[in-house]
Design a protein. Structure first.
Lengths: 464, 124
């Protein structure tokens, strides 16, 4: 229990600082300075992020983590130490140890030597063990398609098991102020501080599920505190100054979602509900390494301005599997765009698409897919939008054509077929200042399961 | 709209002139996201009394018809009465999903508001 407030309260405050790698750089600083918090949780890893980091590590063994985590920590570490805030972050990517070394160096430069202990969680990286696992009969079948991994084994770029909260708990119990992990689940980064603070046990399924729901609620940062919120969106105050969410948890697993006073945004039952259903599958079985949470048991109540109380969460025992996030090289893609102006903007864009497709066909190029969208008409809602759009009067339409192929040369050739349309296609066309589109390698995601006992999390402590 | 009640499910014609058609936008809000090539749409009643309307009329079959031609796989529906929400899984909605997809909305972020275009029947 790390709260400094007096009289001592059992409440533990976990603040969300980053909802993804690339989130608002000001948010963690504001969470640390805007009021009292006990923990700062930062989620960096999306499904294919690991493969990008694996490539960086292959080029330079000191890389492979979220690099901007280091200057961010440089900015907040003195405050984190002074206010005895603990940090959990999966910024370590595929090289948590190098990330910790960089943070340690920064901390020493800031005069924090002897004042900080870093926890490093590894053991999630299965890339070097894949062939061994396959040889021992672990097929690592694609959860969506059922295909065995051996079909794409030679194209695999990264493979990481999702670790849960417990190795992070271990690091906190060994006195780490900042825990840097590889592929730990988003929810585990919030659950771990609560387990640590409240002494929850590994089979206390209801509270583990409650902490998991807390994690899910804040793992996307401001998306539960007014960001990307549809309900009365125009009346959400001061998004420029949006407050990121804070979990205020109790030992019984109930918690409030709130934010620092004086910040913008809005925390309401409706907004929290939007976040709860985000990326949801079967709501009765939200499966994590730590437990299975039943989202149909969640009770929400407005408990004050910008404060939603969450209670009633029920959980079930965890499964004996861990999800594995595998990234593999799939092929290439490119997207080209041109903008057509009134009059007949939509008609001109569709005519240009026909010309382009005829030329691609005449060139005999092989594509797995060609997709045309008309931005301004149907790109977001397809035919549902076209049925109502005033197509004759649209002021402008962007023609957006994408192609995908295992043949890089075909994709490359496609990128050269866009610009000619400016002079040899339909009229009133502009918007090509960005130049020729670039072929992009597709790194695709292969979700699989592996037996839990095949994965051994490892926790190290680095003294600064 | 005040007291809305279900007259008939499935968007069929309604007798006696007591019902009118409104877009889901009037009754619900929504958020969507992705899991691989599947988009999920969480549909949330704006008022408690609207939830039964959603349950009765916004069926998996109806949603599948709504998105016909836009998704390749089946539609699944889950009920969350505690949140007055329905969760829809639209399989094969994202042109392969994630990094494979060529779509502007590769991560299914705006299937939410596309569902809110659907019309349902409420009493006048």
């Amino acid at each position: 229990m790390t709260s400094r407030r007096s009289p001592p309260s059992p409440t533990v405050r976990v603040a969300a600082g980053q909802g993804f790698w690339g989130d608002w750089l000001e948010a963690p600083y504001r969470q640390v300075t805007g009021g009292t918090i006990d923990y700062l949780m930062m989620d960096y890893l999306a499904e294919v992020t690991m493969s990008i980091l694996q490539k960086q590590k292959a080029r330079d063994p000191t890389l492979g983590y979220a690099k901007d985590f280091v200057p961010l920590m440089e900015r907040i570490l003195p405050l984190v130490v002074e206010r005895r805030i603990k940090v959990t972050a999966n910024a370590g990517g595929v090289n948590p140890r190098a990330c910790a070394d960089a943070v340690a160096e920064t901390a020493r430069r800031s005069g924090l030597a002897g004042k900080l202990r870093l926890g490093v969680v590894t053991g999630d990286d299965l890339l070097g063990r894949l062939d061994g696992l396959l040889a021992r009969g672990h097929e690592l079948k694609n959860l969506d398609t059922g295909r065995p991994l051996r079909d794409v084994r030679d194209r695999v770029l990264s493979a990481n098991a999702y670790l849960g909260a417990w190795p992070v708990v271990d690091a906190l119990q060994r006195g780490a102020n900042v825990v840097i992990t590889g592929r730990v689940t988003d929810t585990g980064l919030t659950l771990a501080p609560l387990i640590h603070a409240f002494g929850w046990k590994a089979d206390h399924w209801d509270v583990l599920a409650a902490g998991t729901v807390a994690g899910h609620t804040i793992e996307c940062g401001a998306q539960c505190s007014g960001g990307n919120c549809l309900v009365n969106w125009e009346r959400i105050p001061d998004l420029a100054n949006v407050g990121y969410p804070i979990v205020e948890a109790q030992p019984d697993g109930s918690f409030d979602i709130t934010k620092h006073p004086g910040t913008g945004g809005r925390i309401t039952v409706a907004g929290v509900t939007e976040q709860l259903v985000y990326e949801m599958g079967d709501p009765t079985a939200y499966i994590t390494p730590d437990c299975i949470a039943d989202f149909t048991t969640i009770r929400l109540a407005q408990a004050g301005k910008d404060r939603v109380r969450v209670s009633g969460v029920r959980g079930r025992p965890a499964t004996d599997k861990l999800k594995v996030s595998i990234a593999y090289s799939y092929g290439y893609k490119a997207v080209g765009t041109l903008v057509y102006a009134w009059p007949d903007a939509y008609k001109k864009a569709t005519a240009a698409d026909r010309v382009l497709r005829q030329r691609l066909k005449d060139l005999g190029l092989a594509f797995e897919a060609i997709l045309t969208e008309f931005v301004g008409a149907d790109a977001t809602h397809g035919r549902l939008a076209l049925e109502r759009a005033p197509l004759d009067e649209l002021p402008e339409v962007q023609l957006r054509v994408g192609v995908r192929s295992s043949d890089r040369a075909a994709v490359e050739r496609f990128t050269r077929e866009i610009a000619p349309l400016i002079l040899n296609g339909p009229p009133s066309v502009t918007g090509f200042a960005g130049g020729r589109p670039k072929p992009e390698e597709i790194v695709a995601y292969w979700p699989a399961l592996v037996d839990k006992r095949m994965v051994e999390p490892c926790v190290e402590i680095v003294e600064v | 709209m005040k007291k809305a009640a279900v007259r008939r499910s499935g968007g069929r014609a309604v007798g006696k002139g007591h019902a009118k058609r409104v877009r889901l936008l009037e009754l619900a809000h929504a958020r969507s996201g992705d899991k691989g090539d599947t988009a999920n749409v969480g549909l949330i009643a704006l008022k408690p009394e609207y939830y039964p309307i959603l349950v009765k009329q916004v069926t998996a079959a109806r949603v599948a018809r709504h998105f016909k031609g836009m998704i390749k796989g089946p539609v699944e529906r889950y009920e969350l009465p505690n949140l007055r929400a329905l969760n829809f899984l639209l399989h094969g909605a994202l042109d392969g999903g994630g990094t494979i997809s060529l779509k502007t909305d590769a991560q299914g972020k705006v299937f939410s508001t596309a569902l809110l275009r659907m019309e349902v029947e409420v009493s006048r």
